[in-house]
Ligand binder design. Structure first.
Ligand SMILES: C[S@@+](CC[C@H](N)C(=O)[O-])C[C@H]1O[C@@H](n2cnc3c(N)ncnc32)[C@H](O)[C@@H]1O
Length: 279
């Protein structure tokens, strides 16, 4: 079978499976399997695929038909212009989370020591360290396999000397103070999880999604403790789910934080809340 014919069949198969971007996904999977970029795929459209190539391509296609995302299938996802490796324990980084990185960088504070709670792939911490050359950071995740992946990602991004990762339950056992604490905690109300896209509810880890009954459990747990882990004038940045920003802002105000601001993502949804600890 020629590559062009395989791609046409693949697009049709993905359409039948209700996949949103069948053309794009077929091209990405074929490019990944054959080690070709878009231009090479086009120029090699008449290439005759070997039996082995067809069987590899079909295996990838079957995974996509089962609604595993392309990023999970190819094992990496771009975030803040950097590549982050994924494994089963890590949430796939989302473009919405770049709102937090942007908001923190706009605050332009002196961030020498950073803490990322629920680090997953390490995408928030590593993107911030990438933009802040003199800073160092610690990422914590309850899942040791996420910690492994974040550590691998740090090395691949040449940030291994400034980033460390540790398995832990939020702030438990920490004694150090930080200039900036960021977190994108699980914030989906438990009952909503089965209604999410299959790509999310079947493949993103439950630990990365489930925010308890109203989705706000991690904020209620973390915010009252944060001042103990911040330097004077240190600040915090939380990602929040749609409709949660005002409740998280109130929680921060009730716990003595000042200069509270919300930041919208590209869809106009309040996606991040930042706040400062007073002196
Ligand atoms: C929404 S994901 C965010 C991952 C990554 N920071 C990102 O933005 O893509 C939440 C992360 O919190 C971690 N997590 C859940 N409960 C935790 C806990 N008690 N202590 C530390 N991390 C936890 C999950 O394993 C998951 O990696």
């Amino acid at each position: 079978m020629r590559l062009a014919a395989f791609l046409l069949n693949a697009i049709e198969t993905l359409k039948q499976a209700d996949i949103d971007n069948p053309q794009l996904d077929a091209r990405l999977l074929a490019g990944h399997a054959l080690g070709c970029d878009r231009a090479q795929l086009l120029s090699q459209s008449e290439r005759v695929l070997t039996d082995e190539e067809i069987s590899i391509l079909n295996a990838l296609l079957t995974r996509r038909v089962r609604h595993e995302s392309v990023a999970r299938i190819i094992g990496k996802r771009e975030f803040w212009g950097l590549d982050f490796g994924l494994n089963k324990a890590t949430l796939e980084p989302r473009p919405d989370s770049e709102t937090l990185v942007e908001a923190v960088l706009r605050l332009a504070s002196r961030n020498r020591r950073l803490l990322d709670l629920g680090t997953g792939t390490g995408c928030l911490l590593l993107s911030l360290l990438h933009e802040t050359p003199h800073a160092t950071g610690l990422g914590i995740d309850i899942n040791p396999r996420a910690v492994e992946q974040a550590t691998t990602n740090a090395t691949a991004l040449n940030l291994g000397s400034r980033a460390s990762f540790r398995a832990g339950d939020w702030l438990n056992g920490l004694t150090e103070k930080f200039d900036l604490i960021v977190s994108n905690p699980p914030y989906i109300p438990s009952a909503d999880i089965p209604t999410l896209m299959q790509e999310v509810c079947q493949y993103d880890p439950l630990l990365a999604l489930d925010g308890g009954e109203d989705g706000l459990a991690p904020y209620h747990l973390l915010i009252p403790q944060l001042a103990n882990f911040l330097t004077p004038q240190g600040h915090v940045a939380f990602e929040v789910g749609q409709g949660q920003a005002q409740q998280v802002a109130t929680l921060l105000r009730d716990n003595g934080f000042i200069t509270i601001a919300t930041h919208k993502d590209l869809s106009g949804i309040e996606r991040c809340v930042t706040a400062f600890r007073p002196d």
